[in-house]
Write a protein that binds this ligand. Structure first.
Ligand code: GLN
Length: 557
């Protein structure tokens, strides 16, 4: 079933097997016809996660990277659409030599081909594949067929784990096992029998219910694993191991543990648990509300990055959602806006994350102005950096009505614009090709907050070998960060803006694209924004340096 934590379960299993000394990778299968997650609205589908190679994919890929502590590629992600697309491309290229191409077996075989390809590319010994959606729905039946074929071919190399939810009616009552029994029956009718069941529920599964599931579903008793709600998702691998998940899984796969080590992870959990004092961070966005529910999923990587940085600073993060419309004259009266702005002083730091379009933009610009003038720590991400540039251009440089051409194509001062080289592509309505997607190099200037943050971190180290290739000056740092945007700081305004004190401390190696802006520390304790999305590269074992510095500054406040 979707939304029960399958992605985190997969990431946790991957982490556990990695800790047993195996090279592990994880693949996500989304049942959508969309080729990727690029065109999906965040309130529909949660955050769009971006990989180094520019793949726009499901947020679960972020969980895999965070738990495995390594970067994955587009080989690790597929959708119904992408499977059909590659199959059809093969057919058009005459790769079937005149044969009929059929939904079965060719679609499942294409799926298997993609899984194998990911394993090869990642040099993985074990590959965990997540099949999205719910057992019994039409959409994923061909993926289940792929599992059946795989298992038929290599019985001892494939283990099937069913993540099932056990409802509870009221706090005192027992967990209900019937839906799980029914799910297994449905799986059976697809020719599959689970080897392990992860019993997701509010609470711990008791022995009686375990027996019941094992007996009715035809599993060994120890193959039913309790997976109760838990405070921090990072505790899940350790929790699974309490039920000895790795023993059962390795046995099913005919493998032995090569080593036994989750020390790094245990230390992380100890850090999380020992943090007593909190740090209060506000996130100003617009993708929070769907009907009457709050949807923090749209910013999941931002949230996780805040957590990683807070834990590593010995603090408990306290994250609050602020709606940009509460600061926007179009949606809120000025008196209330003034009150809302004043309330920003109650936060230790404020983040303005990425976004698209015009809704909420003026509200965010008001917030940035207030943060700048009142010296409240500010971290801007992507749109957050573009809006910080606009705010500075309007209120400090004096360029009245400066704007991004995304919102106002007729602005007299297009400080954020599409660069000439991209304009032609947009005119041809080829929007898909106009985004800057994936990892690009950035050089970080000496004597900047950004450089202090990045120095001696894993992000600096991972690109050391490439310094020469990008002509990195001695006193600068080269990093690769992930992008997902169409607009850029307009090079025509850079000098004008810098003259008034804003510093572009990171830029592309050719100096054309601005990557980081900041105010010098003597002017503001922490005012930093990035054109890229640092949150995509933050990991619990390697918090992102800019988030770390931001949290540090917030704690100081
Ligand atoms: N809308 C902006 C752009 O396209 C920023 C995108 C973002 O924040 N990811 O450039």
């Amino acid at each position: 079933m979707s939304g029960v934590g399958k992605g985190v379960a997969v990431a946790s299993i991957a982490k556990i097997l990695q800790s047993k000394g195996y090279e592990v990778t994880a693949v996500k299968i989304d049942p959508y016809v969309n080729i990727d997650a690029g065109t999906m609205n965040p309130t529909e589908h949660g955050e769009v996660f971006v990989l180094d190679d520019g793949m726009e994919c499901d947020q679960d890929m972020g969980n895999y990277e965070r738990f495995l502590n390594k970067s994955l590629s587009s080989a690790n992600y597929m959708t119904t659409g992408s499977v059909y697309m590659s199959l059809i491309n093969k057919e058009r290229a005459l790769e079937f030599g005149g044969k009929n191409v059929e939904v079965v077996p060719h679609v499942p075989l294409e799926v298997i081909g993609k899984i194998n390809n990911a394993a090869k590319k990642e040099k993985a010994e074990i590959i965990i594949t997540e099949i999205g959606g719910t057992v019994g729905e039409y959409q994923n039946i061909l993926f289940l067929e792929a599992v059946r074929m795989l298992k038929l071919r290599k019985h001892n190399d494939v283990a099937l784990v069913l993540v099932s939810y056990l409802p509870q009616q009221g706090d005192e009552s027992e967990l209900k096992t019937k839906p799980t029994q029914y799910a297994v029956k449905t799986l059976n009718s697809a020719g599959l029998q689970p080897d392990i069941i992860l019993a997701r529920a509010k609470i711990q599964l008791d022995a009686k219910r375990k027996d019941k599931i094992a007996f009715n579903c035809g599993l060994e008793k120890n193959a039913v694993i309790s997976a109760p709600d838990i405070k921090s998702i990072y505790e899940i691998p350790i929790n699974f191991e309490k039920d000895k998940l790795s023993n059962i899984l390795l046995k099913k796969l005919d493998l032995k543990a090569k080593k036994k080590d989750m020390k790094d992870w245990q230390k992380l959990i100890a850090n999380i648990k020992s943090a007593k004092k909190s740090v209060k961070i506000g996130v100003v966005g617009k993708y929070f509300f769907t009907g009457s529910f709050v949807l923090s999923d749209s910013y999941i990587s931002v949230i996780e990055a805040i957590k990683h940085a807070s834990y590593s600073n010995g603090r408990k993060p306290e994250i609050h959602w602020l709606s940009s419309s509460d600061f926007d004259v179009k949606e809120t009266n000025t008196k209330k806006i003034r009150e809302n702005l004043k309330n920003l002083k109650n936060y230790d730091g404020i983040i303005i994350p990425g976004g698209f379009g015009s809704r909420g933009v003026e509200g965010k610009i008001e917030v940035i102005k207030y943060l700048r003038e009142n010296k409240i720590p500010f971290l801007g991400l992507c749109y957050g950096m573009q809006l910080a540039t606009i705010e500075f251009a309007r209120n400090v440089v004096g360029l009245k009505n400066a704007h991004t051409t995304e919102v106002n194509p007729k602005t007299p001062y297009p400080v954020i614009d599409i660069l000439p080289e991209q304009k032609k592509i947009v005119e041809d309505k080829n929007y898909g090709a106009t985004m800057r997607l994936g990892a690009y190099p950035a050089l970080i200037r000496a004597n900047s907050i950004a450089q202090t943050a990045y120095r001696n971190t894993s992000l600096e180290k991972e690109s050391i070998k490439l310094r020469k290739k990008y002509g990195t000056p001695k006193d600068e740092i080269l990093v690769f960060e992930r992008h997902r945007h169409r607009y850029e700081v307009n090079p025509e305004y850079i000098k004008k803006i810098e003259r008034k004190g804003l510093v572009f401390s990171g830029a592309s190696p050719d100096g054309r694209l601005m990557e980081i802006l900041e105010l010098p520390q003597k002017a503001h304790p922490f005012f930093v924004a990035t054109q890229f999305h640092p949150e995509f590269k933050s990991r619990p074992l390697q918090p992102h340096p800019l988030f770390k510095e931001f949290i540090k500054a917030s704690i100081k406040k």
